[in-house]
Write a protein that binds this ligand. Sequence first.
Ligand code: ZN
Length: 311
Amino acid sequence: MVKQRTLKSLTRAVGVGLHSGQKVELTLRPAPPDTGIVFRRIDLPVPVDIPVNVAAVCDTRMASTISVGGDPGAPKVQTIEHLLSACAGLGLDNVYIDITADEVPILDGSAASFVFLLQSAGIELQNAAKKFVRVLKPVEVREGSGPALKWARLEPFHGYTLTFEIDFNHPAVDSTGQHVVFDFASGQYKRDIARARTFGFTKDVELMRSRGLSLGGSMDNAIVVDDYRVLNTEGLRYDDEFVKHKILDAIGDLYVVGHPLLAAYTAFKSGHALNNKLLHALLADASAWEITTFESAEQAPQGFAALAPAW
Ligand SMILES: [Zn+2]
């Protein structure tokens, strides 16, 4: 059977939160089968577990934030999407994530540091069938109209592909690739997606800082763009790094469903909010999805059984 995966050993990282600017320590630990991904706020007088699921997402304005049951007043963890993207990219099902503040560290602004951490802890196969969420019929969400139109869609597919298009109407972004297709069957998440960094526009930074956001942001953890060009002296990591980061985010945002999707995801200018709305729309229609497992690697979509080789 295609098996669930967890970590072989524990691993730690220290960094700062992108929005809070707060120093934070993460400890990633193995977890038993069917645990899912569970954050544990160990800085609170009594530690609080925050399991990752669609209902736990309580804020999607700048990043994906979760709390217990999605209660906005409950202890929370912000900016979970890059770490979740790395977990999805490596096919990890069960992980405990101890955290000492309310925001995941931004590290280098991509998922590459998390991939490195998770790989260095090692990945272990568990004696339980890996569960997938198979999409059975098309589900779509839309917002706005005309130039403000955004949409995201899931369609049935025996595998997992993501197609993303951006349109920022900005010279520095428009000169790069704006359309990317990523197929998990390629097995190249780490090479093709994980290194894409988050990005910000200088015109937005002052506004965000005045609202207490992006306090930890710098050119060490983000691509910074003024009205005309990329300001980072080292330039871009991929020719189409902006749209690749949007796919990286979408992989993380969609992984809050708790299992890998078997679907074709297509999106135009989507973001954390619309990605979450898409999952709500999917789960609201019980005939649109099912949980499935694979008795043998051959039954799984091409390349899927080897999605995350056990290092
Ligand atoms: Zn991001």
